[in-house]
Design a protein. Sequence first.
Length: 338
Amino acid sequence: MNTSMTTPRTIVTGTGHYVPPRIVTNHDLEKLMDTSDQWIRERSGIAERHHVDAGVGTSDLAVEAARRAIADAGIDPATIDFVIAATLSPDHYFPGIGVMVQAKLGLGTTGALDVRNQCSGFIYALSAADQYIRAGTYKRILLVAAEVQSTNLDFSDKGRDMSVLFGDGAGAVILEPNPQDDGRGILSTHLFADGNFVSHLWMEKPSSRDCPTFQTSFFDEGRFAPKMEGRNVFVNACQRMPEAVRAGLEKNGLAIEDVDALIPHQANDRISLMVAKGLKIPVEKVIRNIDRFGNTTAASIPIALDEAVKSGRIGRGNLVALTAFGSGYTWASAFIRW
Ligand SMILES: CC(C)(COP(=O)(O)OP(=O)(O)OC[C@H]1O[C@@H](n2cnc3c(N)ncnc32)[C@H](O)[C@@H]1OP(=O)(O)O)[C@@H](O)C(=O)NCCC(=O)NCCS
């Protein structure tokens, strides 16, 4: 008698994304600060991004993306047995958006986990979800990543290096164990961090080190706005994302030629092209949509994934590689047999 049982892999059974309707073009930004459409396009590949209107928070975008993923999976939301939410821009300092998404979807007392890994948040959260599902702890996880960056960017000349790059949006997936032993599902995830670079890409304030935490002088000094050392971020992103992808190729005994679609975190199109070059993967296999959304931080990969699946660029059986890099620094990759 064959008693061996393989652990079921985690499959994505639904995807969805949502961006707020208001489009902000580079020309709109030209009216606010000393910048130009040409500078932004040449340096980042971004033409436009979406910004929320007042009164709309990250959890609102998250819920809409979640509803679309639920509809795509064709499931009753009441059957979701765990929620994971990734964001660096929660509606409130605490609690996180996981519980807000859970309540807005009417999920009773279902557990909700918040993940704080910035641009790598979706892959870190995907890794956690994968462990829960393979262990048999949960059978249907809603994973949502969402950001509202626009309400805390500095749209003066001083903040122009950051504020032209970021956009608002949300992406979601439904994750379940694969009922078949057909090789489909998450093959592996690979998570990395180097906390020596905390201050290279961060929002310094509010900080629990300050007493009191909120001081008017910090507002006057602009220390509540996110800041980065752009060139250092650029160089590290171009190095770390290929490293993370190579770690996954090695683990699974695969070659870069086996990858059908690579979805890099949409940080900057120049970074995505450098990652493709570093990995020697044809650029046609790289999913890029930053021109229309800007950098939506944790949401960028699930938004791109949803678009790629819906447009047919990713199909059943394809090998999909995800990779991200961001604040922390954190970086990661995931390999999925779709
Ligand atoms: C920010 C970034 C686009 C800047 O591109 P760059 O080619 O490195 O540009 P530089 O830093 O050399 O800046 C060139 C000049 O443009 C200016 N500049 C910065 N932002 C500008 C803007 N929005 N419009 C016009 N000029 C701008 C700079 O002040 C600098 O001026 P100076 O030469 O007089 O000092 C680039 O460093 C980058 O993409 N970094 C990574 C960002 C990122 O992905 N962050 C999120 C990671 S998850």
